[in-house]
Write a protein that binds this ligand. Structure first.
Ligand code: PHE
Ligand code: ZN
Length: 860
């Protein structure tokens, strides 16, 4: 670094232990918006109340806003600015504080606060966006009743929406206004406002106590035909939450708005959910089966937040998993109950292993309830969300469904209208069940994926299961305590293939332990961590042939999937390390799976899909991206060649039209493209021809993009033809153009980097739209073989993108950093190249605190 390199800025670190209740409460707020795309004026009237006996002034958070006026009880106030914070002297214990600001939605490229998207105005306030709209104690433990008045141009903003219920509307020449009120006190992060030219898909739902709720999904008129699936999912979610958790909706109106520029998936604002269009719009021609499933999942997730998040909210942002882990767990249950539970579980575990495990073993590792943060946006992570959901799942496994339900009932009842903590949640479960969960709470505070080893020693009719665990060190936490690890275990007879010891729950709560099984009348196979009962990295000592038998006979579908995956994994690791390993057991297991008449197509597809290159790398001491890529290619080619008959018939399997979204039809399509991928790996020429046929004949996006994905990695003339045809066919649909970019950024090709460089130069590429940016930069960051090219060019390219994106949207840019933080897992040369880029990021003048936190922590 040269001598003139700028000093790292120092950013405040917030600590969980420093929590203090707010000095001032705001029981009510009235907001008056004079809306404009370029300039919007916001008047706020806060009813403030001193909280406790102190004489501290009122401090109101702001971000990039200036007060135009400040009044206390109608008089010009005594105020000052402390950085971004407005400090107001208030003499009594209660006052009316008025402020006025101007904000500029069209130039708000961070997409936090009030911003413009496609001619409309919308807001995003979680976590700290409200302070970009008006001065306010912008923290989740300050709950207020909101009254909102919106005034704007009738033609530009025919629709005006905010939280709660509409009260009055009126016109004033070319302008009109609306007044709304939200009867439920809420924290500022749940505020929302939308103004624009939108059309509703209208429907209704009658709750079980007889409340008729008006439902609207607001989109641009042309998108209306693609809102049916989201609406159906919404009604299903409302019914499911009544049935499963006894939770009923509480307003007469529920609105969803689809926005094309959005930092995340969607947002649970009270009564007015705002969604990324990617999680609303779908029809079979433009959305894949996975898209349909994701839409239902996200609609359910945001709806479920109405209770887990809104009626009971978080005391502070360290408690984020209180709402997110629990709500993910709830949406997982919804998807399992409305689809295939086994496939859903496999999918969830795949996400956990692909994203959360690497996070938990890297420099950004943090616990489910973090101890500190610099920028809270950086903590909307797979750990808080997905590991948090696993933690709730373990509680349910230990308590059983009935006590768990009694616990959640007590939690909602006890804390309704409050801002609660993770401890409050566990306390409610304990009080309702009579079960002590103290030890389990370690999962909230200890980061790192526990490593568990297991072996089974059998002597005649008795077998002893030996278990041991270690919890690896994580940044700031070198020494760990043993965790309570709930493992579902059964024994399968080696000869009979039957369960010779029925499933039981073993809780490993010490560094090691043994469990005995008696009365066995044949050699036993160990089926362990069934259903992935604990989110651990489990290594089982296996005899030769054991995995193959479990792959064919395990009575738990998840464990059966695991056995096949582990068979492939062991071959892949050996091959990547240059060892000779026998591929026959893998071929037999995959072949048996394909031919099985017990398994449905969806399960077959999940089971035979080889682990991703990144997940293979995670299992090796040193990640060798080229060797891993080569090994995986060889495995795919061998399976494709040896099982071409089975794969070809799976690929040809006809049946349902693309409009059939039944589990059966979706499974058939999933298996079709996976089979195609194997066949193309064995014979590129024949594969390309077959893929082009599938592409041309497709009456749905699943088959079309499945074929395109295969073609994108091949060097065949069909590739260019298909990419061009796809682009032309869908040129008017930004969500499909995102897929077009993504398919190319994911391609497995020696020239992948040149290809993505070209994508960035494409006229439809932009840093301003998060979906588009992610479709190239986010996807490329997950393309292990391309990113980790030995030249280091992949790192340099990603870094260029991060720095460019940071100028536009720091939150989204920061989420592109983690792949570079994996440097410790690679060889010395790659380590040096990766660190060089992280250092380049940290040394960049004017860097956001979002990216700075991620990059500096990544340097370790
Ligand atoms: N709270 C949202 C969810 O999980 C996610 C989100 C966070 C959206 C921050 C926008 C900004 O449903
Ligand atoms: Zn959520």
């Amino acid at each position: 670094m040269n001598a003139e390199a700028p000093q790292n800025p120092t950013h405040t670190e917030f600590r969980r232990q420093d929590y203090r209740p707010p000095d001032w409460l705001v029981p009510a707020i009235a907001l008056d918006f004079d809306l404009g795309i370029e300039t919007t004026r916001v008047k706020a009237t806060l009813t403030v109340e001193r909280n406790g006996g102190h004489d501290r002034p009122l401090r109101l958070d702001g971000d990039e806003i200036q007060p135009l006026a400040v009044r206390v009880d109608g008089q010009d106030a005594d105020w000052s600015m402390d950085g971004d914070t407005l400090v107001v002297a208030v003499a009594g214990d209660r006052a009316r504080v008025e402020t006025e600001v101007a904000i500029y939605p069209a130039s708000n490229s961070k997409l936090m606060g009030l911003y413009a998207s496609n001619g409309m105005l919308c807001t995003q306030c979680e976590a700290e966006g409200f302070r970009r709209i008006t001065f306010f104690p912008d923290r989740p433990d300050v709950l207020s009743r909101y009254a909102v008045r919106m005034t704007g141009d009738k033609a530009a903003f025919p629709i005006l929406l905010t939280n709660g219920n509409p009260l009055r509307t009126g016109e004033d020449g070319a302008r009109h206004w609306a007044e709304w009120e939200d009867p439920f006190p809420k924290p500022s992060y749940l505020f929302a406002l939308v103004a624009g030219d939108l059309k509703p898909n209208h429907d209704s739902f009658t709750t079980r106590s007889g409340r008729k709720v008006d439902l609207n999904i607001w989109v641009r008129e042309a998108d209306l035909p693609r809102t049916g699936h989201a609406m159906a999912a919404l009604k299903q979610s409302m019914a499911w939450d009544e049935e499963t958790y006894g939770r009923e909706y509480d307003l007469d109106l529920f609105n969803i708005v689809a926005v094309s520029d959005f930092n995340m998936g969607a947002m649970e604002n009270k009564g007015l959910n705002v969604f990324n269009t990617a999680y609303v719009l779908a029809d079979p021609d433009t959305a894949t089966d996975t898209d349909f499933d994701n839409i239902a999942r996200v609609v359910a997730h945001e709806y479920f937040h109405n209770w887990s998040g809104n009626r009971v909210t978080c005391r502070d942002w360290f408690q984020l998993s209180l709402k997110e882990g629990f709500t993910v767990f709830r949406d997982q249950g919804f998807s399992a109950d409305t689809g295939s539970p086994a496939v859903k579980r496999i999918d969830d575990v795949r996400t956990l292993r692909a994203i959360q495990f690497p996070e938990d073993s890297g420099p950004l590792a943090h616990s489910v309830r973090p101890d500190s943060y610099v920028e809270i946006s950086n903590f909307y992570t797979a750990t808080v969300y997905n590991k948090g959901a696993e933690l709730i799942r373990m509680m349910r496994t230990i308590l059983g469904p009935d006590k768990f339900r009694a616990g959640t009932d007590l939690y909602f009842d006890r804390h309704d209208g409050e801002a609660a903590t993770c401890d409050d949640f566990v306390k409610a479960l304990e009080d309702a069940s009579g079960v002590d969960l103290t030890h389990l709470k370690l999962w909230y505070s200890q980061a790192g994926t526990p490593k568990v080893t297991a072996s089974l020693d059998q002597d005649g009719g008795t077998a002893v299961l030996k278990l041991a665990q270690t919890v690896p060190p994580t940044p700031g936490h070198p020494v760990k305590q043993p965790m309570p690890i709930p493992l579902k275990v059964a024994l399968i007879g080696e000869r009979s293939g039957a369960e010779i010891a029925p499933e039981r729950l073993v809780i490993l709560d010490a560094a090691d332990d043994t469990v005995e099984f008696d009365g066995l009348d044949e050699p036993a196979l160990l089926s362990i961590n069934r259903g992935f009962s604990a989110p651990v990295d489990l290594q089982v000592d296996r005899r030769a042939g054991e995995l193959e038998k479990l792959a064919a006979s395990d009575s738990d579908p998840f464990a059966r999937y695991e056995a096949i995956q582990e068979l492939m994994m062991r071959w892949l690791i050996a091959a990547a390390q240059g060892e000779v390993a026998d591929i026959e057991p893998v071929i037999r297991a995959v072949g048996d799976t394909l031919r099985s008449n017990q398994l449905d197509a969806a399960l077959k597809a999940e089971a035979i899909l080889p682990p991703s290159e990144a997940v293979i790398g995670d299992r090796m001491d040193r990640v060798d991206p080229d060797a891993i890529h080569g090994a995986r290619e060889r495995l795919r080619a061998a399976i494709g060649a040896r099982l071409s008959d089975e794969l070809s018939s799976a690929q040809r399997e006809g049946g349902a039209p693309g409009s059939d979204l039944s589990s059966r039809a979706k499974g058939t399509r999933r298996l079709r493209s996976i089979a195609l991928d194997f066949l193309a790996a064995a014979d590129a020429q024949a594969g390309a021809r077959l893929a082009k046929v599938q592409f041309d004949a497709a009456d749905n996006m699943t088959d079309r993009s499945g074929a395109l994905r295969v073609l994108a990695s091949l060097d065949m003339p069909e590739r260019v033809a298909a990419l061009e045809a796809f682009y032309r066919r869908h040129a008017d649909d930004p969500l499909v153009i995102d897929k077009w970019f993504g398919v190319q950024a994911m391609a497995q090709r020696p020239d992948a980097l040149d290809q993505v460089r070209e994508l960035i130069r494409h006229e439809r590429f932009t840093f301003a739209n998060p979906n588009r940016l992610r479709s190239v930069a986010g996807v490329f960051g997950m393309n292990q073989w391309a990113l980790h090219h030995a030249s280091g060019e992949g790192y340099r390219f990603l870094t260029d993108l991060i720095l460019e994106a940071d100028k536009v949207n720091p939150q989204v840019a920061a989420r592109m950093v983690p792949p570079l933080g994996r440097w410790k897992r690679f060889d010395d040369q790659r380590q040096a190249l990766m660190r060089e880029q992280l250092e380049r990021i940290v040394a960049t003048p004017g860097l956001s605190k979002d990216v700075h936190e991620q990059a500096s922590k990544s340097l370790g």
